[in-house]
Design a protein around this ligand. Sequence first.
Ligand code: ASP
Length: 438
Amino acid sequence: MANHGKLQTILILCALVLGVAVGEWIFRSQGALPVESGWIFTGNLLLLRPLQMILIPLVVVAVMHGIASIGDPKQLGKLGLLVAGFYLGCMLCAATLGTVLVETIRPGDGLSPELSAQLLATGEGAYQSDATRLATLTANESTGITGAFKGILQQLLPKSPLGEAAAGNTIGVIVFSIFLGLGLAAGGERTARAREVIDGLFQAMLCVIQWILWMMPIGLFCFLVGIVGRVGLGSVAGPVGAYMLTVLLGLAIHGFLILPLLACFFARTNGWSFMWSVRKALFTGFATSSSNATLPVTVRECTGPGGCSPRATNFVIPLGATLNLDGTALYEAVAALFLFQLCGVDLTTSDLVIAVLTATLAAIGAAGIPSAGLVTLVIVVAAVNTSLEGRGVEKIPVSAIGIIIGVDRLLDMARTTINVWGDCVGAKIVTRLLPRET
Ligand code: ASP
């Protein structure tokens, strides 16, 4: 087993280096790859789709398994509040860190009016031509934060769990499974057999996830070639490059410093060695840009090498994959404020507070799927715009988001890694706080 783990890690690291090198070589020698290149298609086929295939069944089984073993609704309620508080605190902290960094580094400052106008025009073009996202972006802009939350509330009480499952809405499925898990616990002897079946199914799914993990290096390689081959490493230049570096710096501080320290403090464990033990989940998040698709691997790595208890993991990880997106909160704050800097708008402290709060809420509202953070970014821009309008300052066009669409996937990989890592830390902390299984 240990040797398998080592081999997988070596293969993943090789895929990382080779993927970037081959992608850059293709970009330089043959020009930019199309958005939906064969590389992305193969990555989807080998890694993303198998993980998506197991996602909903795993959520049902894992949540029922976790809830049934916690059992007591009172304890569950307390735990739920604690986890929600932890998630909210981490996301607020990440969004604040992003705001402080972008306001200190100011990657959007110092451009001549001509260059800034040219960037905005290019952004407008990219925004309008992105047919797949335009509809969602426009809808998010008009419904705003209230609309996003109405959507979440509706998902919280699903009409049909099967309908929610078919649509891939994990929140509704989690809520349904929580109720069923409580029923399983309340049934005592009468439901003992069903609990055994759930436990057996859970173990079987962990085996399937292990098989899928063998495709991870190939999937990661294909995704990296497709993405680096489309944007090229040269994109890390000029103001957009400075913006990317600001996001990456923030994610690095949050991921390598703040979260490990939280793990040391609250879970009494070495946060950095815990990070290494769940590395496959982090690499899967990086490769797939989807916390939801990574969920099966996160559950496996936390309960296996990560040493978290299954009942803490099975409760905390599915909720976290949908609601706890630290990396996204940080990214939304940096991205929105960068766009205001580019347009030469001076923001007051109250605008910055609005940016931190809406970035956090927009991250909670973002699904754990690729580019979800980009489409909820309009909510942050629109909120700051409203505050500017109130003071009679000219607002910025929402289409300015087009400036950062091109490089978004690279940042998405990095922020998803931090989103997954935040969930793992939550599971480790709850493992310590939950009384031992009897
Ligand atoms: N891709 C991210 C995730 O799945 C969400 C985002 O776009 O920020 O966690």
